[in-house]
Ligand binder design. Structure first.
Ligand code: NAD
Ligand code: MG
Length: 407
């Protein structure tokens, strides 16, 4: 279950036993990973970095590992191990490589594991971290999109605490009164609307990867930037919220808010609408997780509401952004459908970035794959993680066939 109680921190964020927090960062070279390590480097006494991991960028990982005095550094790509060893020679930092080594690093005893690998590739390592029954700062929303019920069950069984890093979910987590959950009418996840918020559907047809990567407010990895442009990211976030919070899908709303200042809201039965606000800087939600249930300082820009003057809100357009409907339909069909949706999206985002598919093909292909899978095998129950990997594989294959891009 999401964080409830039983954490060994004193009020104010000082750890009760005053020892540094043992921290592992999976996906350390990414946007979330580097933001996390930036906070760690600013407050080195507070943290003891157990392990940092990356896919293949060995030099970047080595530089980060040295900066935060990590004990262990791991790359997923075995071909990058030589470069990692060379860059860390004489540092005393141990190294390893391969997908299994990433899972082993995730299982090393730590007080918190930041799960910031992108995509379904993060599921195995994050589950390995869950298995040690520790606190997970979860950025890798794909864990919940691909394996929602199974992932949350594994967390419950291991007594792992899941803290949401995703800014909207972190916002909701901050304003959700856990003793009054039955008094909640709905959650509202805000969405910037991405770079094509005001584009006509026909204009979106020809957009380039460069245009789609240019997010108006946030600086993020490529996958989530494209997902923000299609609004598939917000669809995934509806699925993520459904698993993190004890509410029905119809209690989770999306509201377009181009300034990205209000990140999430909770509406209660008495008419109160509680919102969390902040500059669009992921260091704020990351710090909230790192220090929870206390708080810690960050250099994030403070909001100057007088200078901002106006905040605007609008309903999302279901015609130009069909990903939202598709994600809701997949959520209703079950975890096999949401896992398939993630897999097609991974394939199609990659194809779009490589200019092998058009922007609108991403969601169109996802819809076709889901229809085909529902029509042939149907979306059965997922009973174990291998079921997730099987669905993931089928969806990737169908996406390649339908889009004809050989992905
Ligand atoms: P990114 O692309 O910048 O970084 C991804 C990280 O994962 C890198 O360190 C990379 O080396 C590692 N990685 C990639 N493939 C791997 C593999 N096969 N095995 C092991 N490691 C691998 O991505 P990001 O923007 O930091 O996003 C990370 C996660 O956080 C995603 O799930 C994303 O949806 C979520 N998230 C990101 C933001 C944001 O602002 N960037 C906000 C909310 C949620
Ligand atoms: Mg988000």
């Amino acid at each position: 279950m999401t964080a409830q109680d039983g954490h060994d921190q004193a009020p104010g964020g000082a750890r009760a036993d005053a020892r540094p927090m043992r921290l592992t960062v999976l996906g350390a070279t990414g946007s979330i990973g580097t933001s996390t390590l930036d906070l760690v480097a600013r407050d080195p006494e507070r943290f003891e970095v157990v392990a940092v991991t990356a896919n293949a960028r060995a030099e970047d990982l080595a530089r980060l590992a040295i900066r935060v005095r990590a004990r262990h550094a791991v790359v997923a790509d075995p071909a990058a191990h030589g470069a990692l060893k060379a860059a860390l020679a004489g540092s005393g930092i141990t190294t390893a490589a391969g997908a299994r080594a990433i899972c082993e690093a995730a299982a090393l005893p730590a007080d918190m594991v930041v799960a910031a690998i992108v995509g379904a590739a993060g599921l195995g390592p994050t589950l390995a971290a869950v298995g040690q029954g520790t606190t997970i700062a979860l950025a890798n929303k794909e864990c919940l999109v691909c394996a929602g019920d199974l992932f949350m069950r594994a967390a419950r069984e291991a007594s792992a605490t899941i803290l949401p890093v995703d800014s909207e979910h972190n916002a909701v987590f901050q304003v959700l009164e856990r003793d009054n959950v039955e008094q909640v009418e709905k959650l509202i996840l805000t969405a910037s609307g991405g770079p094509f918020r005001t584009f006509a559907l026909e204009e979106m047809r020809g957009v380039t990867p460069d245009q789609a990567l240019r997010h108006p407010n946030w600086s993020m990895g490529a996958r989530i930037s494209i997902d923000s442009a299609t609004m598939m990211n917000k669809g995934f976030e509806i699925i993520e919220a459904r698993h993190l919070f004890p509410l029905r899908a119809d209690q989770i709303d999306v509201l377009v808010h181009p300034q990205s200042v209000v990140h999430g809201m909770v509406q209660y039965r008495d008419g109160s609408l509680l919102a969390q606000m902040g500059a669009p800087d992921m260091r704020t939600p990351i710090a909230h997780c790192l220090a929870w249930p206390g708080r810690m300082g960050t250099p994030a820009q403070r909001l100057d509401l007088a200078a901002l003057g106006t905040l605007t809100f609008e309903a999302p357009d279901p015609v130009r952004f069909p990903a939202l409907r598709l994600a809701r339909e997949a959520l209703a069909a079950g975890t096999a459908a949401t896992a398939a949706l993630n897999a097609v999206d991974e394939v199609m985002v990659k194809a779009f970035l490589a200019r092998r598919a058009g922007f609108l093909d991403i969601v169109t292909t996802a819809e076709q794959v889901l229809e085909r899978m529902a029509g042939t095998t149907g979306f059965g129950e997922m009973t174990c993680i291998d079921d997730v990997f099987a669905v993931d594989e089928t969806a990737r294959r169908l996406a390649g066939e339908i889009a004809g891009n050989g992905s």
